[in-house]
Design a protein around this ligand. Sequence first.
Ligand SMILES: Cc1cc2nc3c(=O)[nH]c(=O)nc-3n(C[C@H](O)[C@H](O)[C@H](O)COP(=O)(O)O)c2cc1C
Length: 221
Amino acid sequence: MELEAAVRGRRSIRKFTDRGVPEVIVEEILDAARWSPSWGNTQPWEFYVLTGRPLAEFKEDNGRMLEEGLPSSPDVPMPEAWPAALKARYGELGKGMLDMLGIDRADKDARNQLYALMASLFGAPCMIVACIPKESLVEYAMLDVGLVAQSICLLAHEKGLGTCIMAAAVRYPDRLRKIASIPDDRRIVVAIALGYPDPDYPLNRFERKRAEIRELVHWVD
Ligand SMILES: Cc1cc2nc3c(=O)[nH]c(=O)nc-3n(C[C@H](O)[C@H](O)[C@H](O)COP(=O)(O)O)c2cc1C
């Protein structure tokens, strides 16, 4: 696959088929992704790959905790406030997803259905959890995880797989830590849902937006 087409064509997948991802394919993806850059080549990332029974257990627990409205306590704090422009884009994404599913924003129960889908990783048969050592400075290690996460998503896309990077999957790290035997000295950063996309599902087809290039780029010459 041509690189620009891969970068432009990758999108977050929010419904997967039941087809499992062969272990060898996940290994090929991670084997290539480890060539991503990192601060001083520190490669702060570590991955826990969940499939089968442990993943099913995680999804079940995650859904239940979400439904019960258990306060989340992620290892990396989640943003609570945004600058106005970012907040608007975030709101637009949420609205776009609800519209695509025909869910009225005011309908709390229907909205909760979307969150339940999210808690179950949109049916993904595989989840890659990215961690960093707790004693490393979080900011640059997070940047490094971002780089490797994008590599994973692009490599998966090239193989006809879909991904969704998910903060929603690491809201309750204690439970995940237990299920995946992640040591206490690791910070759970983010998870990537991985599987074969269901091409017909509306959430896999809605038009994504990006800010105009003139909003982002400041030429100094
Ligand atoms: C750090 C991070 C966390 C994310 N968490 C979630 C999530 O919890 N649920 C979700 O549906 N999408 C999540 N996403 C996906 C973004 O919503 C998505 O990347 C963005 O809307 C751009 O759309 P695209 O990936 O289809 O290009 C996350 C993405 C990133 C980078």
